[in-house]
Structures are given as C-alpha cells and as structure tokens.
Design a protein around this ligand. Structure first.
Ligand code: MN
Length: 728
C-alpha cells in the first residue's frame, strides 16, 4: 500500500492523492510560496521564484510552453493583491498560485494558467477587465470575466435559478472557465478549516450539490475525488473518522492481498511479453466508505484497485485476455469503456479477478493517454481555439477510434462537451428558470450514467433509470414526438421500459407528421431533455378532453401505424416463421411476435394484422389477453413438422489460440450439431463466432449457452438479434 493509505493526512481535512503525489514529487509547501511572494517580483527577465513550481509543472506537460505570460500575470496579480491576506493569515497571492498549480499539474494550457493567476484580481483589486484584455488578450479577459461571475454565483445566491442559468451560459461558451472554478473551489475547500463551522457546512453542501457533479461530468477525476473527501470530512465527520480508522487498521495488517495479486498480475503479463505498469491505487475515503456500506465487511483487497497502464489501445485488450485466461475473472465486473466510452471522456477497461481465498481485486486497464484524460478530463484537452497539432489529431483519432460516429460528437469540441451542450439546449428550451433549475438539480443528482447501444453502432449516454422515452428524446430531440415504439435487445418493448446499462435500443419512428407525444410519457421521462420537450409540447397543445384516446404507450406495438421500411421485422430465428402453419391457410404470411419470441414447442396462437399478415404469440403472452379484450379474433396456428430446433448463437470472445476448437468441442459435448459457423476476423483482440446449430429440443438451449460461456475467453453468448439471451 502506498503512503496515502498507510499514513492518511489528518488536518484540516484529508489529502487524497493528487497528480503531484502520484508522480512521487513532494507536495508543494504553500507557506514557502507565500514567503517567496512577499519578497516581491524578481527582476524583469527572471522568472519569479514563487511561480517556479507552476512553471515546472507546466513544462512537464508542455515542454515548449512560453512562460512569459505567466510571469507577467504573476507580477500583476502579486502587486495588485499585495497587502491582502487570506483568513488563514497568508498573503492573498498564495491562493491564485495554488489554484494555478493545481491546473498546471493537470496539464492545463498556458492561457488557462494565465487567467487562473489573475482570476480574483478583477473582483478584489483595482485591476479592470479592459486592463486584462490590453495586457493579456481577449481570451484571458473572457476567462477571468467568467470566473468572476461564477464566484458571485456560489457565494451569494447559489439557489437562485436565474443566476445559475447565467453561470451556465458563461461556462458553456468556454469550459476552461469551469476548470478554473473547480481548482479554485478545491483550494478553498482545502483551506476551509479556518472558517466558522456553519460556513464550512454551507460551502461543503454547495460543493457536494453542484461542483462535484460538474467535476464528474467534466471528467476531472483527480479534483472530484479530493473534493469528495473534503466534503465527507465536513458533512459526515464520524463516518470520516471511522473510515480513516479502517484504513489505518488495514495498513497495519501483515499481508496485503492487493500487493500479492499485483505481483501475480505482473508475472502473468511478463510471461505474455506485454509491457505494462501495474500499480496499486488506494481508494479514496468516500469510495472506501461506499464499498463498506455496500458490502458490510471489507476484504483486504477492497482498500484499493489495480491500475494497469499500457502503451496502445490494443494492449489493453491483450492485458484483459491474459488476466481472463490466467487468473479467475469475475465476468460480471467486466466493462468496456474503450469501445463504449462514458459520457465524460473516460476510457478504460474494468474487470476483477478472484483468488481462491475469496479476495477479489478490481482492475482498471488503460493507456497512459487514457489515464491522463481520466484524471484531468476537460482540463487536459488543451486550448480549444488552437488549431490541432499533428500529435493532437493522432491522439484524438486513437482515442475515438473504437467509439463509432455517435461517440465522437461528445468528444471533439472541448468547449462544448456533449453534456454541456445538452444543458445549454435545455436552458434555452425550458419555459422558466425554476423548472430549469429543478430539472438540472435532478440531473446532477444522478449518480450513474448508463450506456445504451443504437442499432447503427452508435451509443447514447443516459442517467440511470432512463426509459425508452428518454432515449428517444436524447437521440431525436423534438422529433421524438413521433416515436411509436421501441425494440430493446431485439424485442418490442413499451416506451415506458426502463433501460439497463448495455441494452440495445432501436426506436421506432412513425411516419405521420402529425404524431403527438402522449401525456403519459411525462411519467416515464426521467431526463430533463425529455421532460422539457414534452412539457413544452403540452403547453402549446392544451388537452382536448379528459377522455383522451388510448395512449400510445399502452398500445401494443403490433398495432402501431406503419413503420419505416428500414425498421421492419428482423428475420425471426429459431426455425423461422416458415415453421409456423396457419390452420386452414398454409399459404398465409406469418410473423413471429417480437414480444414473446415463440419457439417450438411453445403453445402458440395468432392474430391477423395489417396486410393479411398473421402474428404468432405464445399463448401466455400479455399481448394475447389484450388482443382478446379488444375483441380481436384468434387464429389457429401451430408448428409445422419441425421435429428439431434450429438456433443461431453468437459468441463474443477474446482472441486466443485454440478458441475455435474449444468452442466447437463444448458444443459437440452438449450433443448439438453445427449446421454452419462463421468467424469474423478479430478486431482489437476480440472475435465473434456465429454458429447455426441444430438442437434435439428447445430445452437444451440454456445448458448449451452455459457450456459455451464457460469456455475460457468467451465473455458473452447470445441469440442472434436477441442479445438478451433465450426465450421465456
Ligand atoms: Mn479564488
């Protein structure tokens, strides 16, 4: 375990790891900086000692940076703040210096650092915005102005909706304003101990409710975790002390399972010839507290996570393949945030490996570049106005490589990350400030985001608890008013269906231009975007009467108006519709219902729908009862002379030698015949096998899929076009 865990800082609040510490450099002594500041600016051509650390940290990320603007900004800030003291008794200049150092360590570019040194001058000294523009240019003026406005927001009237709207407009135009604001808040939180307890608590609450969620959304993990611990210590002092005791006790243990597992992992990767750094990252206090609440009893391996850093994207999958083959993976813990990045730029593979003694180590696998972005988020994105250098574009291409077209929009423009753009769209669309504020707070209160897939390979990031209604508005904006249904993991689903992480959602759009959203959608709309769009529509379309027609949401998708041709039924698997025969009408056009996916020997019934097509449902399907209640006549259907059951399965695996042999052997051992098999060429160490199989009976399917999943390297087996596996 590293020093952070064995010797947690005590006063005035915890000091979780910062970029600075992780690099093994000592924490900067701010008192020393203060003394240097008091000595006054150095001669014109020399860099003042006080910004030596800032310059050093900046050069570490940007070796060619021009330090002259920093020197001038420091000289102006120092002279104009001279004589002002912080509540702690330190010269005021120590504050902008500390804020700038935080940003420099995260890799911010020179303009941000210049503005950060000046960020309190306009508010607190005689310096004017015009002067800042004259001496440092329009960009720096804009940033200083934005931060000055934000400052008024949280210390004055945090809960005033209209002010908050203004704050977001200021931020939205340049996200670097928010970067400075976050670093400013971090330093103020670090030094909060000198304030009265009531004031500490008030500031901690605003930090918890607004600043931490913003740090999360902007991907600035390093700031977010430290802010979380500082807030935790103020708002939950007893639990904080308890958590610290847990950490101290654990550090006193003789054996450290994480150290042992990391040694094992190093050995595995060395043998496989993969160059990787394997580090132990202690959990921050809040993270450990969450784990202990969730699990009750903590294991030694819960106190940290393993971090594996590699050179290339492809190495990430190679590492994963080795870990899953040579150790015992906890497959349910596997998440791929490289192929499907999260909403906030974050990329990593997550998995966990278990040991015989019950110790489970969570493992994060990422490249060095991904690590930088994971820690610093938008701060690391650099100057949004600078033309991309060649190196930058390569990195961007690499980062977005596996993301697909949809992911890129979220990631290309650093001044307007997707989440921020959406927020600004809502604030324009929201009918009034109160509504905007309340929906925003709800949105920020969302702990987790889920990722759902679109059929075109794109993805949507949604807050946990989102329904198909939310997905529709997230994807189509106001055009979602015309949504008539959805298919979730290949099956027709009502729009109220709540989505899970990893679901595939296909939205079915009606062609009728006069389509209207249903009033009931509001009950299923979870995201501000959807709620605001629906409410706006309702406000301009007053309710006709209480006896509204049947709502779209309840309507069975079979009865939906004509769909766009491209969204028509996929070919049914399991022997196909041809295997079903309509009693007395052998030539009838038959379709297997997507809602209950009947397979032989299920008992089935049919209903005539548009165009003379007969849809076939399992008799216990809820749609059958509804159809009957509506007075629709059942049509007798039955399975043709299918004595056998044919199914197409897709196995997703990590590439390794003998995989095909092992999979086909597992299938054969289940007594199942392979009709055909295709193996797609591997991409990024992953490979997809598609098998069409002849089963003796449908009941065999579950055990067959289980057997295939047990083949090492296979991480998912599903029915083709029905990713949620198996009929029920
Ligand atoms: Mn400040």
């Amino acid at each position: 375990m590293s020093a952070e865990a064995t010797n947690p800082a005590v006063s005035p609040a915890p000091a979780p790891p910062t970029a600075n510490r992780r690099k093994g450099r000592p924490r900067i002594d701010l008192r020393r900086l203060g003394r240097a500041a008091l000595l006054g600016p150095a001669t014109r051509d020399r860099l003042p000692d006080a910004i030596g650390h800032v310059a050093e940290a900046h050069r570490a990320h940007h070796p060619d940076a021009d330090l002259e603007p920093l020197r001038r900004a420091y000289v102006l800030a120092e002279s104009s703040h001279r004589g002002q003291m912080r509540k702690s008794g330190e010269p005021y200049i120590t504050h902008p210096l500390a804020v700038t150092l935080i940003l420099a360590e995260l890799g911010a570019e020179t303009t941000t650092l210049t503005a950060s040194l000046l960020h309190d001058t306009v508010e607190d000294t005689d310096v004017t915005l015009d002067q800042v523009r004259e001496e440092f240019g329009e960009e720096v003026r804009y940033l200083v102005d934005g931060v000055t406005k934000l400052e008024k927001v949280d210390y004055g009237a945090a809960a005033e909706p209209e002010t908050f709207r203004k704050m977001l407009v200021a931020t939205g135009n340049d996200v670097r304003v928010m970067s400075i604001k976050l670093a400013d808040r971090l330093h103020n939180m670090r030094t909060l101990g000198v304030m009265r307890p009531e004031k500490q608590e008030r500031i901690a609450k605003v930090t918890r409710d607004v600043l931490i969620p913003l740090a999360e959304r902007l991907g600035v993990q390093a700031l977010k975790t430290e802010l979380e611990d500082l807030v935790f210590a103020i708002l939950h002092p007893e639990e904080y002390v308890h958590t610290r005791e847990l950490i101290v006790d654990n550090a006193a243990q003789d054996n450290d399972p994480l150290a042992e597992i990391s040694e094992e992992v190093r050995g595995v990767l060395r043998e496989a010839g993969i160059q990787a750094e394997v580090l132990i990252r202690p959990r921050h206090f809040v993270s450990l507290h969450r784990v202990s609440r969730k699990r009750g009893q903590l294991r030694g391996s819960d106190f940290g996570r393993l971090l594996v850093l590699v050179g290339e994207d492809a190495d990430c999958y190679a590492v994963l393949g080795e870990l899953h083959t040579c150790l015992t993976p906890v497959v349910s813990e596997f998440k791929d945030f490289i192929a499907v990045p999260k909403f906030n730029l974050y990329q990593s593979l997550h998995t966990a490996v278990a040991r015989g003694d019950g110790q489970v180590a969570e493992v994060l696998i990422r490249t060095h570049q991904m690590h930088k972005v994971a820690e610093a988020g938008v701060v690391a994105l650099g100057n949004p106005y600078a033309p991309p250098s060649e190196e930058r574009s390569d990195e961007d291409a690499e980062r977005t490589g596996g993301a697909g077209a949809a992911g890129e929009g979220e990631r290309i423009d650093p001044t307007r990350p997707g989440w921020l753009s959406r927020l600004l769209d809502w604030q324009e669309a929201a009918p009034d400030a109160d509504m905007f504020w309340s929906t925003l707070r709800e949105d920020l209160a969302q702990d987790r985001e889920i990722t759902v897939f679109r059929p075109d390979g794109g993805t949507l990031g949604l807050p946990e608890g989102s329904s198909c209604v939310d997905a529709a508005y997230a994807q189509y904006g106001e055009d979602a008013h015309a949504c008539i249904g959805a298919r979730v993991n290949g099956r027709l689903a009502t729009l109220s269906t709540v989505l899970k992480d990893g679901d595939t959602v296909q939205l079915l759009m009606g062609q009728d231009p006069a389509s209207e959203p249903s009033r009931e959608w509001l009950e299923h709309a979870h995201t501000p975007g959807a709620r605001i769009a629906i409410q706006r529509w309702l406000a301009t379309h007053p309710s006709p009467a209480a006896d509204e027609p049947e709502t779209r949401d309840d309507r069975h998708p079979d009865e939906a108006p004509a769909l766009r041709p491209a969204l028509d039924e996929p070919t049914a698997t399991s022997g196909g519709a041809n295997a079903v025969v309509v009693v007395g009408r052998p030539e009838a056009n038959v379709r297997l219902a997507g809602c209950c996916t009947p397979v032989p020997p299920d008992e089935v019934t049919g209903f005539a729908v548009r165009g003379g097509v007969v849809t076939v449902h399992r008799v216990e399907c809820a749609a059958v009862q509804r159809m009957k209640n509506l007075g629709r006549a059942e049509i007798g259907v039955g399975w043709g002379d299918t004595t056998e059951f044919r199914v197409t399965l897709v196995a997703e695996s990590f590439q390794r030698p003998h995989l095909l042999a092992d999979l086909t052997e597992a299938i054969a051992l289940e007594g199942v015949a392979i009709v055909s098999a295709t193996v797609e060429p591997p991409t990024q160490q992953r490979v997809r096998h598609t098998y069409t199989l002849q089963l003796p009976d449908a009941a065999h399917l579950q055990s067959l899929m289980r057997a295939m999943r047990n083949v090492p390297g296979v991480y998912d087996v599903g029915r083709a076009q029905h990713q949620a596996t198996a009929a029920h």
